[in-house]
Design a protein around this ligand. Sequence first.
Ligand SMILES: [Zn+2]
Length: 505
Amino acid sequence: MGVSGSRGHCYTWRVMTEYEPVIGLEVHAQIRTRSKMFCGCPADYHDAPPNSHVCPVCLALPGSLPVINREAVRAVIMTGLALRATIAEHTKFDRKNYTYPDLMKGYQISQYDLPICTGGYLEFDLDGQTKRVGITRVHLEEDVAKLFHRIDPATGEPYSLVDVNRSGVPLMEMVGEPDIRSAEEARQYLMKYRAILQFLGVSEGNMEEGNFRCDANVSIRPKGSREYGTKVEVKNMNSFRAVYRALQFELERQARLLDGGKRVAQETRGWVEERGETVSMRSKEHAHDYRYFPEPDLPPLHISRAWVSEIAERTPELPDEKRARYVTHYGLSAYDAAMLTLAPATARFFEGVLEAGGDGRAAAIAKPAANWIITEFGRLLNDTRTQIEESNVKPAHLAELIGLIEQNVIGTAQAKTAFEEMFRSGKTAKAVVDELGLRQITDSGALADSVRQAIAQYPQAVDDFRKGKDAASKFLVGQVMKLTKGKANPTVVAQVVKEQLEALR
Ligand SMILES: [Zn+2]
């Protein structure tokens, strides 16, 4: 049974009022480099045939020697700087030994006691408050092979396939402090971390595709207690929504156990999306001893301060910096600025619209541009599951549309119609406005007939106006808008209506 109905709500409430959730996340992000972490195999294995990106180094065949990928180290340093972490001068790689089919080598090259980054913090906004979560460490390791679990249709026997293309792809592990206090905080924290990695260009951050993965350590304790409860590790969460649902489920499950006088077992649980619950995978009593020892095939790594400063100087603008700039330079609201800086593609689109708008006009079109991107555009992208960078609408198209509205060529209603057509067809704003005949009628002479027609049709409105009812003229404006199928400029209509009514007084 999933958490639903009144029972679930009751426990959501109990978790909030009686208990304090304590959540720490471990996030693995694949680093976007050309080659793998310790060899020359291509790191990008999208669309590659299984087991095609492989060499003696990824398989640790005897006699092969790994070489550290400098670009991957640079990416971790850049991430550490963004998280205000301390970048180690002396760091090293270690072997983490375990046997599992996804690890043909029998060990994974990782970092144990001397990670590249330690300390630091990540901040995110929730309900108008800035929340800070401490960072324990960020280290570099290699990804493992991918397993595909199948069932033989003939015998019904389960079997697994191994694809080593992913083996050795640079993987950055970030371990956070257990400062997170709710499932929603966990989701916001993760989204913020992903945004930072995407803005830095170090990772794609795609949870569904598995290049951004998260495990959580979850426990609860009675409110006010200083001791930690027994923690449960939750795995297999493949989307931000899954993280939220899995943690919410787990917190409620633990609260029910404690309420019932039972104890929480220390174990690893996996989130099962279809069932909406976490299930036990293994108890911690069988925890591995990884027998870490320094990687004998790699020298310790010295990170010079000069290199760190060089990386700091070349770090791209971070989402928080961008957001602050949008508020101070363009007068956007904090909310709009935050929405536009959730992902680099959105920020790029917004900045593209300002650029296309022309010199010195950025501040003037920033607000309408933000509105269009967040509301109409956002809705259409969502409805059609389209990424903004893949949309038919280009920044220059939106800049043109905003220009047409400013110049009163089209009204708001027509602009929405035009935008939908632009989104569908990829045509420019001007082309769509002409094709659909959306141009506004702003000529008072051309509108005079429609106004006369409306007045003749509704003599009562004229009487009302004479009696001093202002609503009467508004009513007539509405009728003229109907007669012109919304194409009349309402300001001009109001003016003509007023003139004709005054003449009849
Ligand atoms: Zn290789």
